[in-house]
Design a protein around this ligand. Structure first.
Ligand code: HEC
Length: 135
């Protein structure tokens, strides 16, 4: 009993320490996260403006850029084992971007605009949980 206890303590230390070790190792994105996010903010504004002006080609371009940005973020957060909510959020953003494209192609600019406004409703949840990145 007395000889086992230190081993148990040591083992629990190793077990609690190992997620922290991999935590540090998994952090690094292979892209500039802040730059990507600033691009998201810009592209979202531009997409909304293009939808308002009924400029299909540029609105669709921005929607594609947004989809790609959230795809990158999805890959990044999927590398952490504990960020399922962030992964889901980035997937929903990709779906929203595809929906915007469909609606624009169908000529439904009002609905496309509404979906584009919905983009802004879900930024905060992820920021509250994951911003700033512990890099
Ligand atoms: C799935 C998670 C997630 C979502 C969704 C998300 N962000 Fe971010 N965002 C982050 C993280 C993490 C950072 C901090 C990056 C860092 O620390 O380098 C960040 C940082 C930013 C920044 C950098 C400047 C700052 O305020 O620190 C901007 C701008 C930004 N996000 C805009 C947006 C907008 C606009 C949306 C919604 C349309 C959005 N983000 C949605 C995760 C997310």
């Amino acid at each position: 009993m007395t000889t086992r206890k230190p081993i148990a303590i040591l083992l629990s230390l190793v077990l609690t320490a190992s997620p922290l070790t991999s935590f540090g190792a998994e952090q690094q994105p292979d892209f500039n996260f802040e730059e990507l996010m600033e691009g998201v903010e810009f592209d979202l504004n531009e997409m909304q403006a293009s939808i308002s002006l009924e400029e299909n080609a540029s609105a669709i371009d921005y929607a594609h850029k947004l989809e790609q940005a959230f795809k990158k973020m999805e890959g990044f957060f999927a590398g952490w084992d504990y960020a399922e909510d962030a992964v889901l959020s980035t997937q929903q953003y990709q779906e929203r971007a595809r929906r915007v494209v469909e609606l624009i192609e169908g000529g439904d600019y009002n609905q496309a605009y509404e979906v584009s406004v919905e983009f802004s409703d879900h930024c905060k949840a992820c920021h509250d949980n994951y911003k700033p990145l512990p890099l």
